[in-house]
Design a protein around this ligand. Structure first.
Ligand code: SAM
Length: 181
């Protein structure tokens, strides 16, 4: 989030067609829950959708493509966290990762299909959000919320065209410089 070393999310192993929706949701979840950037490994509709949401609902947030996720991990100038059901329990390592993020950028790696063992070795932490199989979107959401200790829920959005006004029932969307009334 703003004023802190960046948090980026790397989506590994996108399978064209099959993973389109999941990759988009990884990007949207990264944005909504406080990451600064998502790096996608395949050119897909996902980048355009994520950019469109950022244009409409605000940022800052970047969506990028890499042709070498290996290099993204290898050359990362800070800490690398790989989310996997086989990893250490998030509740046991979250303090260490949070301390690391105070002075260096953090790359959060999530997979789709089987993740190469090199990634497990390259990561500073392999982290499990429970040690049960579930989804990269769920794992990412819980991990980011733990990393930011809930602070991401109160973030402000810049350059939005529109914003949602929280309501008990119904849907209220106003221009971002509009009045709630
Ligand atoms: N066997 C895989 C694994 O290593 O977690 C499950 C593949 S799962 C369909 C796709 C991605 O979801 C994984 O690469 C991982 O990033 C994430 N994931 C699934 N379960 C998770 C868990 N319990 N904790 C953290 N991440 C998880």
């Amino acid at each position: 989030m703003q004023g802190e070393p960046e948090v980026a999310v790397l989506r590994l192993g996108h399978r064209p067609g099959r993973d389109e929706r999941m990759t988009t949701h990884v990007g949207l979840t990264a944005r909504a829950l406080g990451a600064d950037r998502v790096v996608l490994t395949e050119s897909s509709q996902a980048r355009e959708t994520i950019r469109d949401i950022t244009d409409r609902f605000g940022g800052p947030f970047e969506a990028e493509i890499t042709d070498s996720p290996t290099a993204t991990i290898r050359d990362w100038p800070g800490a690398v966290v790989h989310l996997t059901m086989y990893g250490e329990r998030v509740q046991d390592v979250e303090d260490e990762v949070r301390a690391a993020q105070e002075d260096r950028p953090v790359l959060v790696v999530v997979g789709a299909e089987k993740v190469p063992f090199d990634v497990y070795e390259a990561a500073d932490w392999n982290v499990g959000v429970t040690n049960q199989p579930h989804s990269e979107v769920a794992g990412l959401a819980v991990f980011l919320d733990r990393l930011f200790d809930g602070g991401e829920l109160d973030r402000e959005w810049a350059d939005a065209d529109q914003r949602v006004v929280p309501t008990e029932t119904g849907k209220t969307v106003v221009p971002s410089d509009g009045d709630d009334e």
